[in-house]
Design a protein around this ligand. Structure first.
Ligand code: FAD
Ligand code: ZN
Length: 470
């Protein structure tokens, strides 16, 4: 089909104002948050309803034109950036941003894919409930993107990742058919659990247009503390101690290396180290529960005193107010932003058996220092989930171009080590364009063939987000 014919057809579906073709209008949709990927597209189309999404998919399918679904465009693997050829249509979900229903008694919320994560959290709170998925990008990332990447974040330890939080989905299939699977059921054994196929599929199997998500009671008390610890091994001891003492009340356990903390302090105005002590590692821990605020704080303080006495913790500070807790969280949540300000880095979002984290860090840090003199590891992440963000750049940013040239070798060293330790090369960010070759390298032929068979069954012409994931 002629380009102009397709554009006219899309304009007839969504209205001419919602088909963007100008270079300036399209620009934000054609590169990723980190500025690592840049692509081209015929247009950016912005449907306003699921029915419009289905009609757009049908029109593109009939024209044989690929579609790149795009949410908040905060993904870190280039999954939402179109390729360089310019043959694709970027389909933005931003206008599908209605909260369709809240059912507090069923503890569910039904939302459209283009709702920002923050908007879903707010709608849940307005109904006296908690939607616990929480990422530093929550002001701009969208539910459809969260589900398509199976996002994790800082409360997985207690509440699980996006997959665990999803009860039902509405999806436009590559054929243009609309599947209404918006069931708010916690038990439903009626054959294959189709929604799981689309969660984490990064837009390669269809377009999520709405979801039924789980809600939880809002915690009435929250206690947050920042701890200085000597080694990653100490973080495991503290994690075990807190879980032993508080069970599922432990809602976050985040590891921050000195290098990562220094980056935030250097680049984010107003940020200060919470403790005077100069420690190589720190932990941010949070308890949340239904009891009294003061009792929870006292219980945490008591447990931390025991951890100090046992030599697991060097020093600790408990947030004295919500404002102080937010400042502690800002130190953790601004690491990615600070790294971006500093410039380029090679990112690894890895998952390991929790027990093996200290050995992994020791061995891989040493191997990297050996192979790439001057390399700097910015290590932080969700230690309670066994998920590290293990990012490399040069101590002197002027040397980063040299490091970038060796990215393949750095990835190989880190990912081989990850696999040696029984881990995974992607914990929560996905595969996108960034790790496509790595997936082929590290997944077994049987696994890859099964994934390809699923792709072939749903999208035989390969029009959904080509060049991503598989
Ligand atoms: P996009 O970037 O727009 O898209 C991501 C992928 O999903 C693409 O492949 C796209 O094609 C596909 N997609 C988007 N919407 C749909 C849809 N409706 N249907 C089908 N496919 C779709 N991630 C974490 O998991 N944990 C973190 O703690 C975390 N912290 C972050 C902090 C910062 C500062 C930043 C910038 C990012 C962070 N991320 C984190 C990564 C990112 O925010 C998540 O991957 C998020 O889930 C992406 O959502 P999005 O709407 O921006 O998706
Ligand atoms: Zn993370």
């Amino acid at each position: 089909m002629e380009d102009s014919l397709l554009l006219a057809r899309l304009a007839a579906i969504v209205g001419p104002a919602q088909v963007l073709t100008g270079a300036g209008d399209m620009a934000p949709a054609l590169s990723d948050w980190r500025g690592r990927y840049r692509g081209a597209a015929r247009c950016v189309v912005r449907p306003g309803t699921a029915a419009e999404v289905a009609a757009v998919v049908r029109a593109c399918s009939e024209a044989g034109v690929p579609i790149v679904p795009q949410g908040g465009n905060t993904g870190l693997c280039g999954g939402a950036t179109p390729g360089a050829s310019g043959d694709a249509v970027v389909l933005s979900l931003a206008r599908l941003n209605r909260i369709r229903a809240v059912d507090p008694a069923n503890n569910t919320i039904t939302v459209e894919a283009g709702c920002t994560l923050a908007a879903v959290q707010e709608a849940a709170a307005a109904a006296g409930r908690l939607f616990p998925l929480s990422l530093a990008s929550e002001g701009s990332c969208q539910v459809g993107g969260n589900l398509s990447t199976n996002a994790g974040g800082v409360q997985v330890l207690r509440y699980g990742n996006a997959r665990v939080l999803t009860l039902g989905l509405e999806v436009v299939l590559p054929s243009g058919e609309l599947w209404d699977g918006l069931r708010g059921l916690r038990k439903d054994n009626t054959g294959y659990d189709l929604k799981q196929l689309f969660i984490g599929a990064e837009g390669t199997l269809g377009i999520i247009t709405a979801a039924v998500l789980k809600l939880f009671p809002q915690p009435r008390a929250t206690a947050t503390a920042w701890l200085a610890i000597a080694t990653p091994a100490a973080s495991l001891a503290v994690l075990a101690r807190l879980q032993g003492a508080f069970g599922e009340l432990l809602s976050a356990c985040e590891l921050v290396s000195r290098v990562a903390l220094d980056l935030v302090i250097r680049h984010l105005p107003g940020s200060v180290a919470p403790l005077a002590i100069d420690s190589e590692w720190q932990l941010l821990v949070e308890l949340s529960g239904g009891g009294e605020q003061q009792r929870l704080e006292e219980a945490l303080a008591g447990c931390l005193a025991e951890a100090i006495a046992a030599g697991e913790v060097v020093d600790a500070v408990l947030a004295q107010s919500g404002d102080q807790a937010r400042k502690l969280w800002a130190l953790r949540e601004n690491i990615s932003e600070a790294q971006k300000i500093e410039g380029f880095s090679i990112k690894h979002d890895i998952s390991l058996p929790i027990s093996r984290i200290p050995d992994f860090i020791a061995r891989t840090d040493a191997a990297l220092a050996d192979a790439f003199p001057g390399i700097r590891c910015v290590t932080f992440g969700h230690v309670g989930d066994g998920n590290l963000h293990y990012n490399q750049s040069m101590a002197d940013p002027a040397d980063n171009a040299r490091l970038l040239a060796t990215q393949v070798a750095v990835d190989r060293l880190v990912h081989d080590m990850v696999v040696d330790f029984g881990g995974s090369i992607s914990a929560e960010h996905g595969i996108g364009q960034l790790k496509r070759d790595e997936l082929v390298r590290y997944r077994s032929p049987v696994e890859l063939a099964t994934m390809r068979a699923l792709k072939q069954a749903l999208d035989p012409r390969g029009l959904m987000n080509p060049g991503k994931l598989l």
